[in-house]
Design a protein around this ligand. Structure first.
Ligand SMILES: [Zn+2]
Length: 270
């Protein structure tokens, strides 16, 4: 009898044990079911990063079309922005001009310095003798469009080509077979098409590093301090010998040339 009671008691204990284990297992299963859900919040912060990225990508996409320099120190669309050596280079734009170009040439000659002249086709037509003098005195020529068309680069490639070819033709009427190695877009408003056409015509796009805005400054000292303050090793300096009254540019030349010569040396772009 006691054995039966003991067996019965043992059965009851066993049943209770099995039952509680089932409950334990079940609660473990329930817990396991929550397992995937509980890590979600901790995973969630990892998920957002891809979400913010689409919100930042529009600004990246806006920035993307901006021309990226092809090499260190290059300007838009891989144009030449620095000389690539210690010496700086002087460039004079928008001529040739009957009054100012001869005086700029005189200053350069006196200082025994060479420069690059970015000439405008319609001005070349008026003053072929000045283009001859520029070349005769050892300076470099650069095509600066036919009539300083600021929107040239937005035109069809065939139109850009016709403009640059007309300018080169006019230059070569003055100096047959002269090398025209560079093209500078009016206002530096480079476009991929303008650069492509220049490349096709064998001209390297010529940008600049220092712009003293001499075309609007009436003060020689201001122009001088802007050039001297902005110049660094390898700078390509933009100034003007045409397009308006260049008295202030001319006045700035002696100091600018003296300073740059002693600090870096002045090299000719070839
Ligand atoms: Zn210009």
């Amino acid at each position: 009898m006691t054995r039966r009671v003991a067996v019965a008691a043992a059965l009851v204990v066993l049943t209770l044990l099995v039952g509680s284990r089932w409950v334990t297992n079940r609660s473990a299963v329930l817990a396991n079911e929550r397992v995937p859900s509980s890590p979600r919040p901790s995973v969630a912060p990892v998920v957002p990063p891809p979400t913010p990225s689409p919100s930042t990508s529009p600004s990246k996409q806006v920035a993307a079309p901006k021309p990226k320099p092809k090499r260190p120190g290059s300007g838009p669309f891989g144009s030449l922005k620095l000389t690539g050596r210690k010496q700086v280079a002087l460039t004079f734009d928008d001529g040739p001009h009957a009054v100012w170009t001869p005086q700029v040439l005189d200053r350069l000659k006196a200082a025994k310095v060479k420069a690059t002249f970015c000439v405008v086709g319609s001005q070349v037509k008026k003053h072929p003798e000045l283009v001859r003098r520029i070349v005769r005195e050892g300076h470099t020529l650069c095509n600066h469009s036919w009539n300083h068309e600021l929107d040239l680069g937005t035109k069809k490639p065939a139109q850009i080509k016709a403009n640059l070819e007309a300018t080169n033709r006019e230059i070569r009427k003055a100096v047959p077979n002269v090398k025209i190695k560079y093209f500078r877009h009016p206002g530096g408003k480079w476009t991929a098409n303008a650069v492509k056409v220049a490349d096709e015509l064998g001209m390297q796009p010529l940008d600049w590093d220092v712009d003293p805005r001499d075309w609007e400054a009436k003060d020689a000292k201001l122009i001088g301090s802007r050039v001297i303050g902005g110049a660094r090793s390898g700078s390509i300096i933009l100034m003007h010998d045409g397009g308006g009254d260049r008295k202030a540019t001319l006045g700035a030349c002696p100091n600018v040339i003296k300073n740059l010569k002693s600090r870096f040396g002045i090299a000719l772009l070839r």
